[in-house]
Design a protein around this ligand. Structure first.
Ligand SMILES: [Zn+2]
Length: 282
């Protein structure tokens, strides 16, 4: 009987090794850059978190949502062995944008953190700053007009950064993400008080609707000029009434297809710099 068991174990071993190796190869294969730009709007509940992977594989995380849900998404996108991000952008210091970043910074090696220079006098925000200090991470204050040029041709241009009133939302970093003829406008929570944004382009393929689609998210006459082909609302269960039905119907009336993380789940946009497409989890 014992001999039989030993034989069985022996004959299983190669299969176990093989399937382990296959998993390794599989995991590696699916985390290799594919020469295209990916924008992923993570479904992190009530908050924002956007992951960008560029054609050559540079990885940027913009905001981290309110809690640790972002870790699951990052784990899937980076794979088992990649424990680094080239850059984190915190659009503004509110918990629904930086909450998840605390644990991301603890677990991953981060090239640099880009902030808007505003502060928030909360326990959570002080923890976020303490973790950045502890890990000795390079923190850069973004200024309007800054351009982060990646060697593969993707440019991130800072359109807005730092508040002009006592409203933290108005200080959100607004970014133009461009790759050849594809352009996306990522707005954090900078709503109609910041509009029209001083963008370098007139129109965008993809528009991240500011402030979770709140009723003050967009100026109506401005959005018709921007004419985005698709609009993405990052939103979860909340008590503020986000997103506003009026804002949604206004976007639709301007022939913009509206996606929402609470209904579509993860929303991904893929572009080769000329054409692009959208896919959703649901
Ligand atoms: Zn927010």
């Amino acid at each position: 009987m014992q001999e039989f068991l030993r034989q069985k174990i022996k004959s299983r071993l190669p299969i176990l090794i093989f399937s382990g190796l296959a998993f390794f190869v599989w995991s590696f294969y699916f985390t290799l850059p594919d020469g295209r730009l990916h924008l992923k709007f993570y479904n992190v509940g009530q908050g924002d978190s956007i992951f960008i992977e560029t054609p050559a594989g540079y990885q940027v995380l913009i905001d981290g949502g309110p809690d640790n849900k972002v870790l699951g998404f990052l784990g899937r996108d980076l794979g088992l062995f990649d424990k680094s991000l080239d850059m984190i952008v915190l659009t503004h210091p509110q918990l629904d944008h930086f909450g998840g970043l605390i644990e991301v910074v603890k677990r991953y090696h981060i090239g640099a953190v880009i902030v808007n220079g505003d502060e928030n006098n909360t326990v959570d925000f002080r923890e976020w700053q303490a973790v950045l200090d502890e890990k000795g991470i390079r923190v850069i204050n973004a200024k309007i007009g800054d351009i982060i040029s990646l060697p593969d041709g993707v440019n991130l241009r800072v359109i807005n950064s730092g508040r002009t009133s006592n409203d933290l939302n108005t200080g959100s970093i607004v970014l133009e993400v461009s790759y050849l003829s594809f352009d996306a406008l990522l707005t954090g929570d900078a709503d109609q008080k910041n509009q029209p944004y001083k963008t370098s382009k007139d129109s965008f393929e993809v528009f991240k609707v500011p402030h979770h689609g709140s009723k003050t998210a967009i100026k109506k006459d401005y959005i018709s000029k921007l004419s985005p082909q698709i609009s993405v609302i990052s939103v979860g269960k909340n008590r503020y009434g986000h997103p506003s039905e009026e804002i949604i119907s206004y976007l639709k009336n301007n022939r913009s297809k509206v996606y929402r993380t609470d209904q579509d789940g993860l929303i991904e946009i893929v572009s080769n710099g000329q054409s692009w497409y959208t896919r959703t989890q649901r």
